[in-house]
Design a protein around this ligand. Structure first.
Ligand code: PLP
Length: 395
């Protein structure tokens, strides 16, 4: 059989395009902001990860422009050999200080950070305990490692304990890895109990704080700060593609762990480093996060308003406890139909269907920014209310 037979047989996307409800790869004609332009039409953006609204901040843009002027457009090599700039070291130094840890290491994307960290620290005789709802980059990091992966039910620490107990006598080292904030559900990992289990069963903890840094904790240091358990997390991972308004990823940990990963991680050593513009814009974003904690308050004010608004209307928003608020719709086709009407009515949100969620649990993932205006948020609630009634989702 021809290798490409599967590609020829893949017709779902084309069918959706023809029928006019294809929701992916939408080209945005404006900058990433609380309002975007698509097909010449303005839409309110409630489908980004731009939590602090820093993509359009003049200070962040200026830093990127200046970095291009000083360092050029790219690094043409990996951190390991010719691609380390003084800017990368400055950013790592600043991140370690911000996160109150000994050392930091930057990768070119968040995805590569998880791949290159998990696959490096987990050896063939080690065990990984991973939450079933963890991000795809953690799933792939586990697959790439030579260790054995054991999945526990989403945020179910009794299940985790059952599995830790069952495997107490096997394997060498143990890693428990979880998202701090889960990207589709918007709930927060039960870190206090996770820490207790890690101590009881001698496991190390890695948290993916992609959606937590700049969001959780008064100063935005993430899930550890939120629970006042920062010193109990062995490795914190973050990305620059969300609150930091750029691209790239990082980990913070003890210096000896970072030094090991620096010299063994294939996604770091065999991939070109973050470009100067991205690196400098992250430093500028970090300055703002440190100096303007009121942005985090603004983000939460908007998140609380929307959570309360959806609840008052009678929508099911699951276990969301963060600015990520999913709205339960139903089966996949109903979810696409709801998404399409939102889009036609000027709201950009994201449809989430199987296999990302169980059958019948399709949802619209919405997420909020510090810079959404009250008028924008009111409009979003009004459109959801009208469509929710039409679809029989609310009374
Ligand atoms: C929880 C989580 N981890 C990791 C990543 C990957 O980050 P990046 O987009 O920077 O590659 C994402 C982004 O989609 C994410 O949501």
């Amino acid at each position: 059989m021809d290798l490409f037979e599967k590609c020829r047989n893949f017709t779902r996307a084309q069918q959706a395009r023809t029928e006019g409800w294809y929701p992916y790869f939408k080209a945005i004609e404006s900058g990433a902001d609380s309002e975007v332009v698509i097909d010449g039409r303005k839409l309110i953006m409630v489908g980004s990860n731009n939590y602090l609204g820093l993509t359009q901040d003049p200070r962040v843009k200026e830093a990127a422009i200046k970095a291009i002027e000083s360092f050029g457009s790219g690094c043409t090599g990996s951190r390991f050999l010719n691609g380390t700039l003084a800017l990368h070291e400055e950013l790592e130094h600043r991140l370690a200080k911000f996160m109150k840890r000994e050392a930091a290491l930057c990768f070119s994307t968040g995805f590569q950070t998880n791949l290159g960290t998990i696959a490096t620290v987990v050896g063939k005789d080690d065990l990984i305990f991973t939450d079933r709802a963890n991000h795809a980059s953690i799933v792939d990091g586990c697959r790439l490692s030579f260790g054995r992966t054991i999945k526990f039910k989403h945020n179910d620490l009794n299940d985790l304990e059952r599995l830790l107990k069952r495997n107490a006598d096997s394997g060498d080292g143990r890693l428990i890895v979880a998202d701090g904030v889960f990207s589709m559900e918007g709930d927060i990992i039960d870190l206090p109990n996770l820490v207790k289990l890690a101590e009881k069963y001698s496991a190390r903890i890695m948290l993916d704080d992609a959606h937590s840094i700049g969001v959780l904790g008064k100063r935005g240091r993430g899930t550890g700060e939120h629970f006042d358990l920062e010193n109990k997390i062995d490795v914190v991972m973050g990305t620059f593609s969300k609150s930091f308004a750029s691209i790239g990823g990082f980990i913070v940990a003890d210096a000896f762990v970072i030094d090991y990963i620096k010299h063994h991680s294939r996604s770091l050593i065999f991939s070109a480093s973050m470009p100067p513009a991205a690196t400098a814009s992250v430093i500028a974003a970090l300055d703002i996060i440190e100096q303007e904690p009121q942005r985090i308050e603004g983000l939460w004010k908007n998140a609380h308003k929307m959570k309360a608004g959806f609840a008052a209307l009678g929508f099911d928003t699951g276990k969301s406890a963060t600015p990520i608020i999913p709205i339960l719709v139903g089966d996949d086709m109903k979810t696409f139909a709801f998404w399409k009407l939102l889009f036609d009515n000027g709201i950009f949100a994201n449809p989430v269907i199987t296999p990302a969620v169980p059958p019948g649990h399709g949802r619209i993932r919405t997420s909020y920014m510090a810079t959404h205006t009250d008028a924008e948020l009111e409009h979003v609630l009004q459109v959801f209310a009208r469509l929710g009634r039409e679809f029989g989702l609310i009374p």
